[in-house]
Design a protein around this ligand. Structure first.
Ligand code: PEP
Ligand code: MG
Length: 690
């Protein structure tokens, strides 16, 4: 027998590719070669079996014992040890994501969609999974915690037995085998032992322990380039979710939760963000997403430090990993070195506090006297107060769909009424515009019913017209709440006059019902979102049917340019300043002007000072935006001439490409308003900024 102890030093540990190299080398020898973790956290592994090696989950720093036994044991041991010392012969490819081999740091570039820097701990979260927080358990309660975990395991087993029986009966044996696998995981002593050990060692609550241990397991599998084995990873995730559901189902509340959680996810439903406990979650990092994706909008609104578009970052992380999220530079750093953390500690954590300013209220005037209203876009009741904090002229857009639970439960009419009433009361004299639920698209009320092409599917007004009972409940709640203060109602994503008429009919019917029932209510102004090309092209016809327009530039860009606003792979095609988008805006403003109805521009374009100036140049005088951006937009608009903005906007309309428009904006803005627009506030050369 020949034996050697060593430590895994390669950055990614003994992962799939490295394991494959090890198998290749070990298989050249007749001797049996085994690897064993010195911390005893895994079974002895056979160096000629990739799966066996992977079950070691040997990350960087793991101490191993290697034993070779047989006629060529000495050579075999030397060869294997040599491979370890050469970091498994891997040439680490620098794909622009890693900067340091010497440290463990992994840097990933994405898109910062809000402000701030946060140093925290990863909390991996997949859609459909539960939020789990860490709690410290008192020494005397650890045994109870372990019992609670065992009870959840037993309950999960019983549930799985039942599901398996049913699957066998209804689907046949062939389909039930999957639950055998799930049951095997639950019977696997390694899983239960690891969780219980973690509870005791870390004095952790069972939920957190199960999540940390569970996160480690599938990661072994997801790196494997074999569909079957990868599937086993998602099975484990499934089992862990069941365990968590059964644990948290007991309704334990923990007062001392960790307060530095950074949610890392492939993608997030906006309503998931809306449900997060903001006392604990400090930042978000997602693989998907763009500047105007709903999750980015809401994260910005909540002031959460957020980086999106990180591509394959999620799979690199484990719950509990240390992380820096730098939204200002659009970067995340996993396993930051001490020096990196020290550097960041000089930067104030969290979003930059707004410079102390005297909040100004009311419309802003440009130097040549054009009066512009600045309203607030809000998504959650917790944001209502920000209307006053930032001097908004009421609420230009309440994205009411965030009231809906991601589990597909519609909020009751009472809850809705209370919320709209609070909104009306808080918004004050300028009033608030409530949008009918814009569900579908990214927001599906029921994730299971995802459509093939949700942005073009049963979204917004189409959803309301298909589910009239939901629409009626909402309309009634709005009409009743309007008795408490000025509310208007806006219908999202109408494609044409037909949509408008159908929706208006429902609203009128509900007005009649309320009247007949003697329920207090107030009639409301009715507007439509113009955000689809067909609505732009028929804007003058639609204008004759409604009291006002809202220009949703986020969707207008998405639909005009056929670019999914939440897909980071096509973000370079998402060009807010594309001439086609500017035509659409211009045309809508003209049609509304002819019909003498107001237009509120409420897409993210209005939140961006340079774009807000262009909007003024195109003739907009009513903008609605993320509340925190109002003071900056106000300051800029008060120092420009609308006439000059018009000059530039007209020349932009004549441009042929987004690049040309952006170049023109850069040149003209720098020349006319050098103090207002530093280079980083203008579209970047050779790539779009949004
Ligand atoms: C828009 O599309 O610009 C808009 C304001 O609505 P949302 O971002 O919610 O789709
Ligand atoms: Mg929209």
């Amino acid at each position: 027998m020949a034996e050697r102890r060593l430590q895994v030093t390669s950055r990614l540990g003994l992962h799939a590719r490295a394991a494959a190299n090890l198998v290749r080398v070990a298989s050249q020898f007749k001797s049996r070669i085994t690897l064993q973790r010195l911390d005893g956290n895994a079974e002895e592994a056979d160096a000629k079996s990739i799966l066996s090696i992977l079950t070691l989950a040997a990350s960087r720093g793991t101490d191993l014992k290697i034993v070779a036994g047989g006629e060529d044991e000495q050579e075999a041991l030397e060869a294997v040890v040599g491979l370890f010392s050469r970091d498994f012969d891997e040439t680490e490819k620098d794909d622009g994501k890693y900067i340091s081999r010497a440290t463990n740091e992994v840097r990933c570039k994405g898109l910062g969609v809000s402000d701030g820097v946060v140093i925290g701990r990863v909390l991996r979260l997949q859609e459909g999974t539960r939020n789990v927080y860490r709690a410290e358990i008192a020494e005397g309660d650890l045994e109870r915690e372990r019992r609670r975990f065992r009870a959840a395991v037993r309950l999960s087993r019983r549930q799985l037995e039942t599901i398996k029986d049913r699957a066998e009966k209804e689907l046949g044996r062939g389909h039930a085998y999957i639950f055998d696998a799930h049951l095997l995981f639950l019977h696997d002593a390694k899983l239960t032992r690891d969780v219980e050990d973690y509870i005791v060692k870390e004095r952790s609550n069972a939920e957190w322990a199960a999540k940390v241990v569970g996160d480690r397991l599938p990661s072994i599998y997801t790196q494997i380039n074999d569909e079957y084995l990868r599937e086993r990873g998602s099975d484990i995730e499934d089992v862990i979710q069941r365990l968590l559901a059964n644990l948290t189902g007991e309704g334990h509340k923990y007062p001392n939760l960790s307060e530095d959680a950074v949610i890392v996810s492939t993608d997030m439903l906006p309503s998931t963000i809306a449900e997060l406990n903001l006392n604990h979650v400090k930042a978000i990092a997602t693989d998907a997403g763009g500047w105007t994706s709903h999750m980015a909008i809401i994260a910005r609104g909540l002031g959460l430090t957020t980086v999106v578009g990180l591509r394959d970052f999620y799979q690199r992380t484990r719950t509990g990993d240390r992380i820096v999220v730098d939204a200002r530079r659009g970067e995340v750093i996993l396993h930051p070195a001490d020096e990196t953390i020290a550097q960041y500690q000089f930067t104030p954590a969290g979003p930059t506090p707004a410079a102390p300013h005297v909040v100004e209220f009311g419309p802003v005037r440009t130097l040549d006297g054009v009066e512009v209203s600045l309203r607030a876009n809000v998504e959650l009741p917790t944001e209502f107060q920000s209307i006053h904090d930032f001097g908004a002229c009421g609420v230009g857009l309440f994205r009411s769909e965030f009231l809906l639970s991601r589990h597909g439960l519609m909020t009751s009419d009472v809850e809705q009424y209370e919320t709209y009433k609070l909104l009306a009361e808080t918004a004050g004299e300028y009033g608030a515009i409530v949008r009918l639920f814009d569900v579908g698209g990214e927001l599906g009320p029921d994730v299971k019913e995802r459509e093939r092409n949700p942005a073009l599917g049963l979204r917004a007004v189409r959803f309301s017209l298909r589910h009239k009972e939901i629409m009626r409940t909402q309309v009634r709640a709005i009409l009743r709440a309007a008795a408490a203060g000025p509310l208007s109602l806006v219908i999202p994503m109408v494609a044409d006059v037909a949509d408008v008429r159908l929706a208006k009919r429902v609203i009128e019917e509900e007005l009649e019902h309320l009247k007949a029932e003697n329920v207090p209510y107030s009639p409301v102004q009715i507007g439509v979102m113009i955000e689809v090309p067909s609505a732009v092209l028929t804007a003058e016809k639609i204008a004759g049917e409604v009291d006002f327009f809202e220009l949703g530039t986020n969707d207008l860009v998405q639909y005009t340019l056929a670019v999914d606003r939440g897909n980071d792979k096509v973000s370079e095609w998402f060009r807010t300043l594309h001439p086609a988008v500017l035509y659409g805006i211009n045309r809508t403003l003209e049609a509304a002007g002819d019909a003498r109805i107001p237009v509120i521009v409420c897409g993210e374009m209005a939140s961006t000072p340079a774009y807000a100036v262009l909007l003024i140049g195109l003739g907009a005088i009513d903008l609605s935006m993320t509340p925190a951006t109002i003071p900056r937009v106000r300051a800029v608009l008060s120092q420009i001439n609308a006439g000059e903005a018009r000059d530039i906007a007209m020349r932009c309309l004549a441009a042929a490409t987004a690049d040309e428009v952006e170049e023109l904006v850069r040149r003209e803005f720098k020349a006319r308003w050098p103090d207002l627009f530093p280079s980083n506030s203008l579209p970047k050369a050779a790539e779009s900024s949004q």
